[in-house]
Design a protein around this ligand. Sequence first.
Ligand code: HEM
Length: 476
Amino acid sequence: RSNTKQPALINLPPGPWQLPLIGSLHHFLLSSFRDLPHRAMREMSKTYGPLMLLRLGTVPMLVVSSAEAAKEILKIHDLTFCSRPMSPTRDIISRGGQGLIFCPYNERWRELRKICMLELLNQRRVLQFRSVREDEVARLVRAISSECSSGQPINLSEKLNCLVSDITVRITTGDRLDHRDEFLREVDNASRLGTGFSMVDSYPSSRLVRWLSTTTRDLERCQRNIYRIIESIIRERATASAVARDNDILSVLLRLQKDSATQFTLTNEIIAAFILDIFAAGSDTASVTLEWAFSELIKNPRVLHKAQSEVRDVFKGQHTVTEDNLDKLSYLHLVIKETLRLHPPATFFLRECRETCRIIGYDVPKGMAIAVNVWAIGRDTKSWDAAEEFRPERFDNSNIDFKGNNFEYIPFGAGRRICPGITFASAIMELALASLLYHFDWELPAGVNTYQFDMTEAAGASVEASEAYGSDADME
Ligand code: HEM
């Protein structure tokens, strides 16, 4: 008899067969959804289950596709899974995890997160920015009004994108942002290059792949330009002639830096990375959600009519929509919730396992990357009736919300790392949607009918919707 201790058998989750060197990458390449990883992963999970093991090149990754597995990871084992995996592209864009989004779980993340919740994105601060939102939405309404008088279709995605970017610029850095267009373009480029699965991230230790790939070079260029612009604003603020400001996000951060109010040194680098986080996480997500909401409304005239009647009723006789009565728009809130269920802008998000543990009966080793497929979970037929249909009424008289307590519905994530921008994003989305429904009637351009309306996502984190017609409504 031997006394040698046998190593505990590791019961890893199942997954599709792997090839040497490329692992599971061929399953993505051969999938009809090769450019839409959330869809390709859902197809695979139909065979391999809610916790599925993939290997992207040399990097193993677990994919979570059910509410039950998500709850174990994001609630029961929240502390074990509250880090994010680093990768060459994420390392470049965050300059080694300096901001909040890609920061591993550590003391600095805890401090930054506290600042974010207590000082920057809390209810009070969001309310303080009300005039900026109302101002920018009114400007959008005027722009659409003058364009639709010419009878031309409106490119709504472009308009919504500008709206959210303009609001984000004003509340983060104030009215002035030198090189604004270059900055927004580079943030957009960086988000595009940094989402999805790239070759450099699949072979992180291969110098050859890194040398051959244009992704890292492009990202490095974006990164340099973005930080150059943010840091020049920070320097300008430090000069004696700078106009004193007290309420944009950058000035709050600079005040905290000056008061040495944090446990660690809030360097200009950390502030710059944090400002970039807000643009990267905040702009595209809210504008893409609005775009999807309009796409669904135009495709579902019954819902459009109901939402529009409610808005016109609540704001009847008013010259414009203000934030005063937005909370009376109960159906509009259901429309936004249903949009986020079917079309979460962050289709999946990443976490990292900090300690080996057991999830729904499988072993998850320390260091494993986890992709939570929010998109698949929101369409899981085990949780949702007629899961593929757009039915805002399903949330009527239901306690299910997106605050991270209902794991069948997690468009903003859940647990310690849940999105800190929920209040901020909701305020923009509600006002913009209500205003555009109040002032305009919407329909597809001539020659396009709802059956031809393509509702498949474009690659990356965002989506392109077709052009829509806005026409000035006959308001009383
Ligand atoms: C419809 C709009 C938005 C959606 C659907 C969304 C979704 C998400 C998701 C899924 C995560 C990952 C959560 C997790 O790991 O559990 C996240 C993280 C984050 N979001 Fe959002 N987001 C939105 C808008 C915003 C806005 C407007 C801001 C800022 C102004 C923002 C800032 C952040 C930040 C900083 C993180 C990283 C938090 C951390 O790692 O601690 N987001 N968001």
